[in-house]
Every structure is written in structure tokens, then in C-alpha cells.
Design a protein around this ligand. Structure first.
Ligand code: GLN
Length: 473
């Protein structure tokens, strides 16, 4: 019987393996066939790995010998192209790293492989993860899986498009300001930004180190949870990771759940359709017995402004290493200075250069106090705001994005409009909190909406429980 990729989940795939109705090789081949059929149009994958089939065969042999199923046995994954896989090119969507081959694998990749997952290929992304549409890739834009005239979101749009179009069962992205949740929302998927420090970034090409987290995308909350449980936990190779706290509280009965809605949340720039969709979701929660509590997060509106100071500052410092000598493809010049200028001028795209300039500016003497230090102070205040809110509510809820998937080309020439796409996702990164985007229906044209839940640090368990309840409302 052919495998139905449209309805397949990690859970149902495991059931098939247990019942021995399918082999891992069959599943990998099914995805590879779909990739051949659709990737030309979508540009979701930059490269598909030949050895996926071999690894699938090893998985089948392992099972034939009567070994028990590993947690992600034979689960084919799409991997964002800023996560290192030993021996493979890892370009970060940039000409700068177009020929760079990883010499080691990211910790998340090692953990996933050990759990039986299979990396199908590397997916397209905005250059160095800067963007909200995957149009900033040096390798062309990625298209939305169900409406190819639209963007899949970004910067992890390749993974979102791949999973949304059934070119992988699930995948990995990285989220610095929303790059997992926003594309997940645009493509009708579940996406998680874990607590800062929950998942190792060893082997992730850094964008803004105080904000970056790797996160899973999949069709269901249970699938995202399955992947998260494999990648979570302390890693000696990333000193920001911690031993993940094990003690968890059981979620109160639905009638005792308190969901906080920040006052003044829905401002200009949020589409009518998103407003109505969000209100309808709150009504369903209320009907099920939950308490919807208005809360104040006074600094929420400043989070985006703080992000566009803190993040470029860290970008300018993280990307200094790409000079054609230490890292990156070199463009020759007559003098050392010319060589730097040519390399960084030609190998970085417009958006990356814009961020480096912004970052250099806000860190420069004289402006440091005016911008950078104030952004850091705003960050502290936002953290306090959330801590106060979590004394009143179990989770904070918001739409994931101010609009549904927009048209290709619509915002690419207007960076400020593009930046506004992160207005609801950025606060969780600024405050280091875990956040989950779950599907919340579709509009008349079939474009998905997302519903976002933000929890206290290390309470991913709460997000998973609430996310599953949301799906059943
Ligand atoms: N839109 C954000 C930016 O361009 C996305 C960053 C991210 O989450 N990687 O900075």
C-alpha cells in the first residue's frame, strides 16, 4: 500500500513500522519522488542528500534484526541550511559560504541521527537567517507550498515549504525573531522556538547569539514534541545550554487555564482577517472553559525596536569573521583593503550588508549609549513585564503574524514592512521564552493563520499540552 504523505505523522509512521506495513526505504523514496516532482517550482531544497537511502536501508536492517524502534526511527527531515552536517555544504543561503563544507555535525544533527532520523537535504533560507520571506537567499526565493505566488515566510522558509508540501515529514529551522514560528504559521504547520539555552547551537551558523535557537517544525504538536525531546538538553559544546529541568506540573483542568492577552496588542498593520481569526480562537477557548485575562506588557511594543538594535549589533560582530581569509569565499584585490571590500561587498547580499552597517553604527562610540545600551535596558524591562504577567496567567497568547502569507515581491523592497512581520514573534526571543505557533484555520483563499502561545522559561511541556488542546477546541 502506498504511504499517504499528506496525512502521515511521526506517530502514525511509527505505527506502520511496528505493524511492518512499510519500510523506511519506501518512505525515503516516496519523499524523494515528491521532491523531484515539486522542488523545481518551490525551491524548498538547495540540495538533496544521496546517502539518505543508504541510511534508510541501515534503519530497515536494524529493525529486521528485531531491534526496538528508536525515538525517531526512519523519520525523514528537512534541515535549514545554517545547521552543519559533516561533509555537506552549509551555505547559510549566502554566496559567501556557497562552497563551504562542514567538517563536523551540529549537536542537534548528531542527536537526531542517533535517534534514527534521516536528513533528506538542506533547505533554502534568507541569507544568514535575515528576513521574513526567504526572498533574501542568494539562491533564489522559495515559494509557498499551496500558493506558489506567495512567500512561505522566513527565514526558515525552505523547511516550512518542504514540510508543507510533503517533501519531508518534519524539519528544523532556527528562530532569532520568529523564523520558525512565522513560516510555520504561513504554511499551516506547528513551529517551536525553545527556551533560550534549552537546545544546543553548536554547529548552527550564528546570526544573533543572544537570541538564536534551533526549533522543530512539523504537522502536529506531538511531532514537534517528539523532535524537541531528542534535541533538548545540555551540551558541553554550547556553554549557554543548561540541564533541562525535569520537574513539571500537570496542566490545570481547562476551566482553570488562564490565557493572557496583552492589551493594545492589535494595532495598525494587523489585518482584519487576522484580528477576527484571533478573536474567534479566544472565543473557542472561553467556550471550553478557559479564562481569557487581559494583561499589560507595557514594553511589548518596544520589543521590535530593541530587536533591530540588538540583533544587528550581534550580526555585525558574528559576521566579521567572513572576510575571505578566515572564513568565506575570497574575491581577490590589489591591496588587503580592496580584498576585504570586494569579498564582503560582493559575497554578502543587500540585507546582510544593511544589518552589518546598522550594527556597526549602533555599537560605535557615541551611539552605543544612545541606542545599544537603551535597547538592552528595554530588554530587561520586557523580561520583567513577562515575569509579572506569568504571576497572573499560565501562558500569553497572540496571533503569530500580522497577516497571512504575502505575495512574492510585495515587501522585499521595503525593509521596514518586512521587519514588521516579526512584531508578535520577536518578544519571546528578546525575553528568552519558549513560544509555539499552532495552526488556526485558513482564510477564504485557503491561506493558513497561526495562533501563538508563550510560556515561562523551560515550560515547553505547558506549550505542548495547550497546543494539543487548541487543536481539539
Ligand atoms: N525576520 C527576522 C530578521 O530578519 C528573522 C530572524 C530570524 O528569526 N532568523 O531578523
Amino acid at each position: 500500500m502506498p504511504i499517504d504523505l499528506q496525512t502521515l505523522t511521526i506517530a502514525s509512521w511509527r505505527a506502520q513500522l511496528v505493524a511492518k506495513t512499510a519500510r523506511v526505504v519506501d518512505l525515503v523514496e516516496a519523499y524523494q519522488t515528491e521532491i523531484v516532482r515539486r522542488n523545481g517550482e518551490l525551491n524548498a531544497y538547495l540540495e538533496v542528500f544521496d546517502q539518505a537511502k543508504q541510511i534508510a536501508e541501515q534503519s530497515d536492517q536494524w529493525l529486521e534484526k528485531g531491534n526496538p524502534l528508536r525515538p525517531l526511527e526512519g523519520v525523514p527531515l528537512a534541515v535549514k541550511d545554517n545547521i552543519l552536517i559533516a561533509g555537506e555544504i552549509c551555505s547559510a543561503g549566502s554566496k559567501m559560504l556557497a562552497t563551504y563544507r562542514a567538517t563536523y555535525s551540529a549537536t542537534v544533527i548528531k542527536r537526531l541521527a542517533q535517534a534514527g532520523a534521516i536528513m533528506l537535504g538542506r533547505t533554502n533560507m534568507d541569507e544568514f537567517a535575515m528576513g521574513s520571506s526567504t526572498e533574501n537567499s542568494a539562491f533564489g526565493p522559495t515559494h509557498h507550498p499551496t500558493d506558489p505566488t506567495r512567500v512561505p515566510g522566513g527565514s526558515s522558509g525552505g523547511t516550512a515549504s518542504a514540510v508543507g508540501a510533503n517533501l519531508a515529514l518534519a524539519g528544523l529551522g532556527s528562530d532569532t525573531a520568529g523564523s520558525v514560528r512565522q513560516p510555520a504559521s504561513f504554511c499551516g504547520l506547528v513551529g517551536l522556538k525553545p527556551t533560550y539555552g534549552a537546545v544546543s547551537r553548536s554547529g548552527l551558523i550564528a546570526m544573533a547569539s543572544s537570541l538564536d535557537q534551533i526549533g522543530p517544525m512539523a504537522k502536529t504538536v506531538a511531532d514537534v514534541e517528539a523532535i524537541f525531546s531528542v534535541i533538548v538538553g545540555r551540551d558541553p559544546l554550547d556553554s549557554t545550554t543548561v540541564e533541562y529541568p525535569k520537574v513539571k506540573n500537570i496542566l490545570p483542568a481547562i476551566k482553570n487555564i488562564r490565557l493572557g492577552v496583552p492589551e493594545g496588542l492589535i494595532g495598525d498593520g494587523v489585518s482584519e482577517a487576522v484580528k477576527n481569526n484571533f478573536t474567534a480562537a479566544l472565543d473557542r477557548w472561553r467556550l471550553a472553559g478557559a479564562k481569557i485575562v487581559p494583561i499589560t506588557l507595557p514594553r511589548l511594543a518596544d520589543a521590535l525596536a530593541a530587536y533591530y538594535i540588538i540583533s544587528p549589533a550581534e550580526v555585525s560582530s558574528n559576521l566579521a569573521r567572513f572576510d575571505g581569509m578566515r572564513y568565506g569565499d575570497r574575491v581577490a584585490g590589489a591591496t588587503l583593503r580592496e580584498e576585504y571590500e570586494k569579498t564582503r561587498g560582493q559575497k554578502f547580499g543587500r540585507e546582510v550588508r544593511r544589518r552589518i552597517m546598522l550594527g556597526t553604527y549602533v555599537l560605535s562610540a557615541g551611539y552605543y549609549d544612545a541606542y545599544y545600551r537603551r535597547a538592552l535596558a528595554t530588554r530587561d524591562l520586557l523580561i520583567t513585564d513577562f515575569a509579572t504577567a506569568f504571576r497572573q496567567v499560565d501562558a500569553v497568547v497572540m496571533p503569530t503574524t500580522p497577516t497571512t502569507a504575502f505575495a512574492l515581491g510585495e515587501k522585499v523592497t521595503d525593509p521596514l514592512q518586512m521587519y514588521l512581520a516579526d512584531v508578535f514573534t520577536v518578544p519571546a526571543n528578546i525575553a528568552g521564552l519558549p513560544a509555539l505557533s499552532v495552526p488556526n484555520g485558513v482564510d477564504q483563499t485557503g491561506l493558513p493563520f497561526g495562533f501563538q502561545l508563550v510560556a515561562p522559561s523551560f515550560r515547553e511541556d505547558l506549550l505542548f499540552q495547550l497546543g494539543k488542546q487548541h487543536a481539539n477546541l
